[in-house]
Design a protein around this ligand. Structure first.
Ligand code: GSH
Length: 277
């Protein structure tokens, strides 16, 4: 934990660095509008997928804590990400990052012909990637927040252990896929392409390298195959181009690191031990 204590910083309202350049390049009207927030990892997932799948979109920054009417019309709980689909009259909407990812994958299958999954002719390999994704959503993501929001030392130590274990389990699932499935999809294999599971995990693996390092003194797993995987993942153009500078995340997550009351629906769910929104 930084020695300074809670300085009252709040979340940013505009992307920075490479993400800002990408947002600016996607500021004109398109068939799909991504309602996003620069700090949000669930948005980050969707943004990476849009870039990788080559689907055209407009990026539109909103403040999900202010819950503007235009967001509530797309997303019942006022959560980002949300998509507005202008190809329908009147426009339709989708929310929930995992559902949006499936939608984009299906859309790309008939348009850009790009994919985050092994071919449909290999259902077992596709299922192995989805097993990875399931672990990420069910275990890795909550472990990240429990670790970051833990205030007493004992809980922080346990939080670190659980988060590291979640990463280890993910690497075991990657290894299983390498043994039993299609090795050409997934950056765990040095020659592989970006997978659905890579996209699902990257926001929280990335935020470990800035937010968890800054607030929890997290020591990123050094050396070995995980480090090489993380380097490939974070330097992938679709990830790099949608990532802001470290400072944006460090500022935006101070609320979580000090477990300020009413930080967010995610933070409340972690504090009450209920499922994430
Ligand atoms: N299950 C949702 C979670 C999205 C989510 O929690 N987004 C946060 C920003 S990172 C949000 O909109 N928070 C607003 C709030 O807590 O009221 C998803 O996967 O899309």
């Amino acid at each position: 934990m930084s020695s300074k204590g809670d300085s009252g910083k709040t979340y940013h309202l505009e992307c920075s660095g490479a993400a800002l350049e990408t947002a600016n390049a996607h500021s004109s009207a398109k068939g799909i509008t991504l309602f996003g927030s620069c700090f949000c990892p669930f948005v980050h997932r969707v943004w990476v997928a849009l870039e990788y799948l080559g689907i055209d979109y407009k990026y539109y920054e909103v403040d999900p804590y202010k819950k503007p009417q235009e967001l509530l019309e797309l997303s019942p709980k006022g959560l980002v990400p949300a998509l507005k689909l202008h190809t329908y009259e009147p426009p339709r909407a989708l929310n929930e990052s995992t559902v949006i990812l499936d939608f984009l994958e299906d859309l790309a299958a008939t348009t850009t012909k790009r994919s985050l999954l092994p071919p449909i002719s290999n259902p077992y390999s596709r299922a192995l990637v989805r097993l990875q994704a399931d672990h990420i959503n069910r275990t890795l993501v909550p472990a990240f927040y429990r670790y970051l929001q833990a205030q007493d030392e004992e809980k922080q130590v346990q939080g670190a252990k659980d988060y590291v274990q979640a990463i280890k389990t993910l690497t075991e699932l990657f290894d299983r896929t390498a043994r039993e499935g299609d090795r050409s999809v997934g950056l765990w294999n040095p020659d592989g392409s970006l997978s659905l599971a890579d996209v699902m995990a990257v926001p929280w693996l990335f935020r470990a390298t800035n937010v968890l390092v800054h607030y929890r003194g997290f020591v990123p797993l050094e050396g070995g195959r995980y480090r090489a995987y993380l380097d490939r993942l974070l330097s992938h153009p679709a990830v790099r181009g949608t990532s802001s500078t470290d400072e944006l995340y460090i500022d935006s997550y101070e609320r979580y690191a000090y477990n300020r009351p009413n930080t967010s629906q995610v933070a409340n769910a972690i504090n009450s031990g209920s499922g994430l929104p």
